[in-house]
Ligand binder design. Sequence first.
Ligand SMILES: [Zn+2]
Ligand SMILES: [Zn+2]
Length: 155
Amino acid sequence: MSDDVKRTGGCLCGAVRYETVGPTNFGVIHCHCHSCRKNNGGPMVTLAGFNADQVTFSGQERKIYTSSPGVGRAFCGNCGTPLTWEGAAGEDTPIVEMHISTFDKPDDLVPTAHAFEPERISWFDVADNLPRYEGFASDSALLRHGPVTEGLPSD
Ligand SMILES: [Zn+2]
Ligand SMILES: [Zn+2]
């Protein structure tokens, strides 16, 4: 993947659009935290992290809900699609974590880890062999690789 790769995305109704330039500087991570789940409506959320200056929004201005001090979660004011987690989060430059579901072509944004594994819904896991971390993938304990073997429903 070349360094200047451009990707596009947007909300369900198309009012808010964006373009990202360059690789994900903060990776692509599955997050199981309660806050991401509430925000997104799914059993987990997959986020692709960019420096804020790699992301350009267009169309209708995104709305931002401040979910905790310094952290915004953007969404479309028309259709409600969750778009980002954004803030500084202790980094030198602002980060915009894009919801993978909003990219037009997310296939080449391949996840590398699971974050906040202890908050995972007990009946839900996925079959990849990626590392599962206690908190953020960058600075917390590695709990295991691969899905759990118990607690998942079966027929
Ligand atoms: Zn929309
Ligand atoms: Zn989360």
